[in-house]
Each structure stands twice: as structure tokens, then as C-alpha cells.
Design a binder for this molecule. Structure first.
Ligand SMILES: NC(=O)c1ccc[n+]([C@@H]2O[C@H](COP(=O)([O-])OP(=O)(O)OC[C@H]3O[C@@H](n4cnc5c(N)ncnc54)[C@H](O)[C@@H]3O)[C@@H](O)[C@H]2O)c1
Ligand SMILES: CCCCCCO
Ligand SMILES: [Zn+2]
Ligand SMILES: [Zn+2]
Length: 410
């Protein structure tokens, strides 16, 4: 079926690994958690036999139901890889896309759309113009699916700002399926765990599950922290600090030498935030003067705020408590969010407000390096791809702590 599919032997050991217990406040108890036994069979194949059909989660219009069904395996275009997706993180963006929260994006229903943009898997096919990849390589599917490579933004490492950018899970079918195509230029090169001293091949499945949230969540928060102008020992406030991006941001910020204060809600989220290395947790539902609490805890306010919370009000609130001369980074994208800042205060405090949007290929490599070196450990809960609708429900009810990853084998 694929002219360029060549024989390749990828042997790896089968591994079972107990998923983290429900204790650390995860998905609701009705969502069965799985062991890392999925997809082992594939890696015993000496030749990549690619099926005609596969399992995927699709939707035919916004917010009208997800369908876990048999769909065709896509054929890679000349510039594309065909990736056997093993695991995919579930980003809140996937829920925004499903709900149609952002009318600005030209979603591609053909006739359906497959979401997902934190896909980790194995290269099992490729188009004739692909360079730099070979069958059996490990690849990551990111939000930025492709860009023109010739505009002023692509020329200067700002490819996500490309007016011709294609977006995985929004304008190009994404990683909530067993086989996905992805542009070979933007696909992330994943290191094989056997080449990493603190992983080894016996943890192959765990590695692939845990690396998947780095492809968007980790990349995005790492880039946002680079945009924050923070210096070591300065205070970084993270809103939504126990969510998917927030739990990663807490770890990246610690690893980059910053002190972390976080805002979220719930004892499970506080426990998780502290486990991730956060110093001060502010429960936005339990404080009657959040600005005062924050400024007292940081002796004058955080030097930077990374807004990750899925709440519009919390974004404008950050302009009230940010330290003089501080930087406010906009990352979270609640539907219709607007940031309001009192101009007089903004000027007198010389505040900077910057938008930060995923990251480029160098940022991706750097963010993955933090993970590969063990400086960031994405705490994931693995459930079957068929459970995606439940994951979205839990995410909408803010029940999820950390990142949920779907295993495409069930
Ligand atoms: N700019 C980018 O490039 C980029 C990239 C990835 C994700 N995002 C966006 O970032 C946001 C977060 O994504 P996620 O996957 O981490 O979502 P998530 O659902 O995993 O986490 C959101 C967290 O925000 C918390 N929260 C809700 N209201 C709050 C409030 N008022 N104050 C503090 N915390 C509050 C929730 O409890 C939850 O823990 C989404 O809007 C997503 O679309 C943007
Ligand atoms: C404009 C949407 C940004 C979402 C990035 C990937 O989560
Ligand atoms: Zn994302
Ligand atoms: Zn471009």
C-alpha cells in the first residue's frame, strides 16, 4: 500500500507498568485506568504491516458527540510521515476545538475531524520526499502540523505564527487515532528510551505515555517561561497550576531556578502542586483577598505570571497582583477571553503583557531535553482512547489533576 514502506526490525520488550493510582486525584472513579501493556504486540512485528482501517475518535460537528469508530488509515503525502500513534496527551485545547470555542480557526471536517496534538508513536511509513527520518524512528505529533517555511515568521523561528500554519487536530486530523500522518519537518524527534540512562528500553511504554504531554503542554510552558523575563530565585505565579500545563509549568519553572506560587482549587490539586515542587498554593475558592494573599506570600507580587487557567477573569486579575516591572504571559485560551488592565496602574508599574503560542522546533528539542534528563516528569493517567468523551467531561468539570493520556490500543 505504501510504496516506501521498507522492512525494519524494531525489537523491544513488552512491559507492564502499573498506572498511578486514583489516589492522587485523577479521573473520576468511573474511568477505568489501564496498565502500560498497550501496543506491545506492534513492536514485535519484524515488518510494519499497515492495516487498511483503524480505530479513531472523530466528530462530525462541534459539540455534538464523539464517535469511537473504524476509519481509514491515511496515506502519507510526499512530505509526510505515517506514525503508529501509541499514546496521546489530552490538552484542554482539544476540548476547546471539539466545542468550537474559537471561531477564528478554519476547522477541517472531511467529513469528520480527528482531534489530538500530543501524539507519541513509531514511524511506520513515509512519503517519497521525506528526509532525515527512517522507519522505526520515534516521532511526536504537535499542534503545529506544518508551515510555509518561506514567510518572515517561518524564516525567523516563529513558525507557529505562519499565516499558512496547519494545526494537528484542528485543520489536519490529529493523534486521537491509531495511525496519523504528520509533516516530517515539524514532527518532533523523540529519543529512544534505550538511549537514555534514566529510562532504558524496559520502560518503553511508560516513556511513550509520559513524553506525549511534553509535545504541547511541556513545550508551551517552557516557551512561556522563556518569555517571562524571570531570573533565578524570582517568583513565578502560575494560574491553573495543577492542570495539564500548570503541573508541567511548575516543574519547568523549578528546573529553571524560579520560585513557584500557584493558583488553582481543591485539596487534591494543592497536594499535586506541592508534589510537583510548588512552594505556595492559593485556592481561588478559599481566599477573600487573593491580591493581598499573593503579594504577602511573594513580598510584593510575582515577578512574572504565566496565565494557564481556563478562566477569563483570572487573566485580568493578574494585572492587579503582578509585581512592578513584572511580565504577564498570556497562554490559557478560555472562549472569548479579554484581558482588562487599568492603564494608569499598568504604566506606573511598567507592566509587560505578552502572548505566548506553543514553541518552535528548537524549543521542542529543549523542552524534551528537560524531560529526557529527568528534570521534568509528566505525571500522567492513562485511559483508553475509547474513553475520550469521559476525559472531556472530567476536564470540563475541572476534575483532572495533571495530564490524561489516551492509549490508542483500546
Ligand atoms: N497558548 C498556547 O500555545 C497554548 C498551548 C496549550 C494549551 N493552551 C491553553 O491553555 C489552557 C490550559 O490547558 P490545560 O490542558 O492545562 O487545561 P487543564 O484543564 O488541564 O487545566 C486548567 C486548570 O485551570 C484551573 N482553573 C480553572 N479556573 C481557574 C481559576 N479561576 N484560577 C486558577 N485556576 C483555574 C483548573 O482547575 C485546571 O486545573 C487551555 O485554555 C488551552 O487551550 C494554550
Ligand atoms: C490558538 C490555539 C492554541 C492552542 C495551542 C495547542 O494547545
Ligand atoms: Zn495543546
Ligand atoms: Zn510561514
Amino acid at each position: 500500500m505504501l510504496s516506501t514502506v521498507r522492512k525494519s526490525v524494531l525489537a523491544t520488550s513488552k512491559q507492564t507498568l502499573l498506572t498511578t493510582s486514583l489516589r492522587s486525584g485523577l479521573l473520576s472513579t468511573k474511568t477505568p485506568l489501564l496498565k502500560y501493556t498497550a501496543n506491545a504486540a506492534l513492536r514485535f512485528n519484524s515488518t510494519f504491516q499497515i492495516p487498511e482501517t483503524q480505530k479513531g475518535v472523530v466528530f462530525y460537528e462541534h459539540d455534538a458527540g464523539l464517535k469511537y469508530e473504524d476509519i481509514k488509515v491515511p496515506e502519507p503525502k510526499p512530505h509526510e510521515l505515517l506514525v503508529k500513534v501509541l499514546y496521546s496527551g489530552v490538552c484542554h485545547t482539544d476540548l476547546h476545538v471539539y466545542k468550537g470555542d474559537w471561531p477564528e480557526i478554519k476547522y477541517k471536517f472531511d467529513p469528520y475531524l480527528v482531534g489530538g496534538h500530543e501524539g507519541a508513536g513509531i514511524v511506520v511509513g513515509m512519503g517519497s520526499q521525506v528526509a532525515g527520518w527512517k522507519l522505526g524512528d520515534l516521532a511526536g505529533i504537535k499542534w503545529l502540523q506544518s508551515s510555509c517555511q518561506s514567510c518572515e515568521f517561518c524564516e525567523t523561528g516563529h513558525e507557529s505564527n505562519c499565516p499558512e500554519a496547519e494545526l494537528s487536530g484542528a485543520t489536519h486530523n490529529g493523534s486521537f487515532q491509531q495511525y496519523a500522518t504528520t509533516d516530517a519537518v515539524q514532527a518532533a524527534k523523540l529519543t529512544k528510551p534505550e538511549e537514555l540512562p534514566n529510562w532504558g528500553n524496559e520502560n518503553f511504554n511508560e516513556y511513550m505515555a509520559k513524553v506525549s504531554p511534553i509535545l504541547c503542554g511541556g513545550l508551551t510552558v517552557y516557551k512561556a517561561l522563556k518569555a517571562s523575563n524571570l531570573k533565578p530565585n524570582q517568583w513565578c505565579l502560575i494560574t491553573g497550576c495543577a492542570g495539564g500545563l500548570g503541573s508541567l509549568a511548575t516543574q519547568y519553572a523549578k528546573a529553571m531556578g524560579f520560585r513557584v506560587i500557584g493558583i488553582d482549587s481543591g485539596d487534591d490539586k494543592k497536594e499535586f502542586f506541592n508534589k510537583m515542587g510548588g512552594e505556595v498554593f492559593i485556592d481561588f475558592r478559599k481566599t477573600d483577598n487573593i491580591v493581598k494573599d499573593i503579594q504577602e506570600a511573594t513580598h510584593g507580587g510575582p515577578h512574572a505570571v504565566v496565565n494557564l487557567a481556563t478562566s477569563s477573569d483570572s487573566i485580568s486579575l493578574s494585572t492587579k497582583y503582578c509585581r512592578t516591572n513584572g511580565t504577564i504571559v498570556l497562554v490559557g485560551l478560555p472562549a472569548g477571553a479579554v484581558v482588562k488592565s487599568d492603564v494608569f496602574d499598568h504604566v506606573v508599574k511598567s507592566l509587560k503583557i505578552v502572548g505566548s503560542y506553543v514553541g518552535n522546533r528548537a524549543d521542542t528539542r529543549e523542552a524534551l531535553e528537560f524531560f529526557n534528563r529527568g528534570l521534568v516528569n509528566s505525571e500522567v493517567k492513562v485511559v483508553g482512547l475509547s474513553q475520550l468523551e469521559q476525559v472531556f467531561d472530567d476536564m470540563e468539570q475541572r476534575k483532572i489533576v495533571g495530564r490524561v493520556v489516551v492509549d490508542t490500543s483500546n
